[in-house]
Ligand binder design. Structure first.
Ligand code: ATP
Ligand code: MG
Length: 674
């Protein structure tokens, strides 16, 4: 199996030495897991246990209604509210004065070596401020149940407060990442039917002030031209920037908006049906046109509560930090709703990981004594480039769980992270999930109190109560070690309920490919392998898989092999059509700083690939040296753009592309080859 070749350097299994309970035998876990998915009753029992740990205004009549697949309904008849779960219910449980949110702004004071801005909120603070905003939204702008507000905001506390305020009213949000263009924002606001946009004057990024209000104004104009009226834009004053364009009545300063609302203003949280819309979120668009993923309330909450406990093992004394932007699903589920509904202290950091120095993250972990940390492989790859001293000078010994998400984590990157951040004494998994799943679905489960060996780079095991399979193209299960398509074969509580106002596309995109004989299966779009021990490894997107002389190979496998070479810091692999072999790997390669591309190095890298991946795949591989590879703004490599470059096709939707020069780079490198 390819992964044995690739991962042999880290062949030893690692068990955290400080782990309190006995190590669970994998077979034991598998038996336990099997029992939770053996039939509908078993699945319902498993999730009902978690639902019973939450607060409900009214309990369910049925756990799962599967009478109209794939439109599954969870906790039918039940009523709850995310704002209530995250605030009121926490206070009722004695957490009134507990620290709920630590927010750190980006600006940094070099002389005293401290952030210039720091805000701490207890659960009661959040409760009060959310209520005031909800009150103003309802009384001044008439926001009510079922409407969708669009947020285009930096990573500031007001974003979290507006999210909770909207939930309180039974309305919903659609958050558009603050790096997107005016057109992307306008299209999403129109699609969501929003009449209100909440934004800020500007945001801080790497020490610079980046205007937001002007972009929103442009979006409002685009909306108007397309016949959609944005009635109000609420603006948080983040940077005190002078000369902001302003339209009276339409534009409202946030501080003016809530100024006259009394401290003790209260809004009774709406009692919401379990399958009401909590939010819609457009996926990041790594693969093409964004889809409006719609999430529920009751089922969503249950999935989050379970994973906060099982995957992050959240306890009362934890300090929890997820570094995602709230513009992505990871921020929704694991900065805001999950942590708050489980009563933990969540950290929100506004800025870049390398500002003013590349040890800003390590500094934050040390200052707040973070115990649970959640990040992405792309960020680690970036931070790995800097000298180790930067990490060594910080005390990171409080960390006990450090998971990653978003892309496969190459073993080399995992190893660096596990060793330098985790002292080889933490639980670390690459947790697999997607916007559509709402919650993490695979990993290791420290929250079960027991853990089995970690393999560097693995996605671990499916959660109890969730059946995941790797299937061949005909829909038959692959043997262990055989690569295939990753599907989810049972419904799970945090699943999307549909694509917003587009149920046909929902069925078409996710449920058509592998549904057979009344067995509904959710197609993830990913390519994966289950190894002999039952560990799951996602090898990349199925669209990206290469077929070289009849051998299917995942992009993650080739990229991991490239990364093993000491001169390579990043690579992106795609298939280039080839007369005899069908396809050959074409690998856009970023070298370490100070290393120059040369024909000798190219030969050496090809040899390295032959040794690690094997001659069949490697023999006609093309290596192209570039300064950077195209990524989405959430840091994922956009291989489809590289494919377009080498096949001469149109680039398609590039609204989510972080840095357009990366495409130019690829074009330049490819021209050179020709
Ligand atoms: P779009 O669906 O619009 O193309 P996207 O898929 O990048 O965008 P997300 O929902 O944020 O948007 O990402 C989910 C995808 O990210 C998964 O389908 C998978 O390809 C990848 N992914 C997430 N976590 C992991 C992980 N731990 N290991 C490997 N791949 C992962
Ligand atoms: Mg996707």
């Amino acid at each position: 199996m390819a992964e044995e070749r690739i991962y042999e350097e880290f062949g030893q299994y690692i068990v955290p030495s400080s782990w309190k309970d006995k190590v669970w035998d994998i077979k034991e876990y598998q038996r336990f897991h099997e029992n939770t998915i053996k039939d509908k009753k078993a699945i319902e029992n498993w999730w009902e246990k978690w639902a019973n740990k939450l607060f409900w205004f009214k309990k369910w009549d049925r756990v799962l209604d599967d009478s109209n697949p794939p439109f599954y309904k969870w906790f039918v008849g039940a009523e709850t509210n995310l704002s209530y779960l995250c605030l009121d219910w926490q206070i009722e449980q004695g957490r009134k004065n507990k620290l709920a949110l630590i927010w750190e702004g980006e600006p940094y004071d070099e002389t005293v070596k401290k952030p210039k801005e720091l805000k701490k909120f207890t659960y009661y603070d959040l409760y009060q401020q959310t209520n005031r905003i909800a009150y103003a939204l309802r009384e001044k702008l008439g926001v009510k149940k079922d409407e969708i507000l669009t947020f285009y905001m930096p990573m500031i506390p007001e974003l979290l407060l507006y999210m909770l305020a909207v939930q309180r009213l039974g309305a919903s949000h659609s958050i558009v990442y603050s790096g997107f263009s005016a057109l992307a924002l306008a299209e999403r606001a129109i699609a969501a039917g929003s009449r209100i946009i909440v934004t800020a004057d500007a945001l801080y990024r790497r020490g610079k002030v980046k205007p937001l209000k002007e972009i929103v104004d442009e979006a409002v104009n685009i909306c108007e031209k397309r016949g959609h009226n944005i009635e109000h834009v609420i603006v948080v004053n983040r940077t005190d920037r002078p000369g902001i364009p302003w339209k009276e009545i339409k534009d409202i300063w946030h501080h003016e908006f809530i100024k006259d609302i009394p401290e003790n203003a209260r809004i009774e949280p709406e009692r919401l049906k379990s399958d009401s819309i909590s939010y819609i979120l457009y996926t990041s668009g790594t693969t093409g046109k964004p889809k409006g993923v719609q999430h529920s309330i009751g089922g969503y909450a249950v999935g989050l509560c379970a994973t906060m406990k099982l995957i992050f093992d959240i306890n009362e004394e934890d300090i929890y930090w997820c570094v995602a932007d709230i513009g992505w699903v990871t921020g929704h589920s694991y900065i805001v709703y999950g942590p708050l509904m489980t009563g933990t202290t969540t950290i929100m950091y506004e800025g870049a990981p390398d500002y003013p120095w590349p040890d800003r993250w390590w500094d934050i972990i040390e200052r707040y004594a973070v115990t649970v940390f959640y990040t992405t492989p792309t960020a680690i790859r970036m931070l790995m480039k800097f000298p180790l001293d930067l990490i060594k000078k910080h005390d990171l010994s409080t960390l006990r769980i450090i998971h990653s998400v978003g892309e496969p984590i190459n073993p080399k990157v995992f190893h660096w992270y596990f060793k330098n951040l985790g002292r080889e004494d933490v639980v670390a998994t690459s947790t697999w999930w997607m916007t559509e799943t709402g919650q993490i679905l695979t990993g290791h489960f420290p929250g079960l109190g027991k853990i089995f060996p970690l393999k560097p780079g693995t996605n671990g095991f499916p959660l109890p109560g969730v059946k995941m399979e790797v299937l061949d193209v005909d829909g038959n299960p692959c043997n262990p070690g055989e690569r295939g398509y990753l599907v989810i074969s049972t419904p799970w509580p945090s699943m999307l309920t549909t694509l917003y106002q587009d149920p046909e596309r929902y069925i078409d995109v996710y449920w058509s490919k592998f549904t057979k004989n009344k067995q509904w299966r959710f197609y993830t779009g990913d390519y994966a392998v289950k190894d002999q021990d039952g560990y799951l490894w996602v090898l990349g997107r199925a669209d990206d898989v290469l077929k070289v002389a009849g051998h299917r190979v995942g992009t993650a496998e080739i990229e991991s092999a490239m990364l093993m070479h000491p001169t390579v810091v990043e690579s992106a692999c795609i298939g280039k059509p080839h007369k005899l072999k069908g396809e050959v790997p074409c690998i856009f390669t970023v070298l370490k700083q100070g290393v120059s591309p040369s024909p000798e190095l190219e030969t050496e890298l090809k040899l390295h690939l032959r040794k690690t991946i094997g001659p069949i795949v490697a023999s006609d591989a093309i290596i192209l040296f570039v300064e950077t590879v195209p990524k989405t703004r959430s840091g994922k490599i956009m291989r489809r753009l590289l494919k377009a470059v080498i096949t001469g096709q149109k680039l398609g939707d590039i609204t989510t592309l972080e840095d357009p020069t990366a495409v130019k780079e690829a074009e330049r490198a490819y021209q050179y080859l020709k």
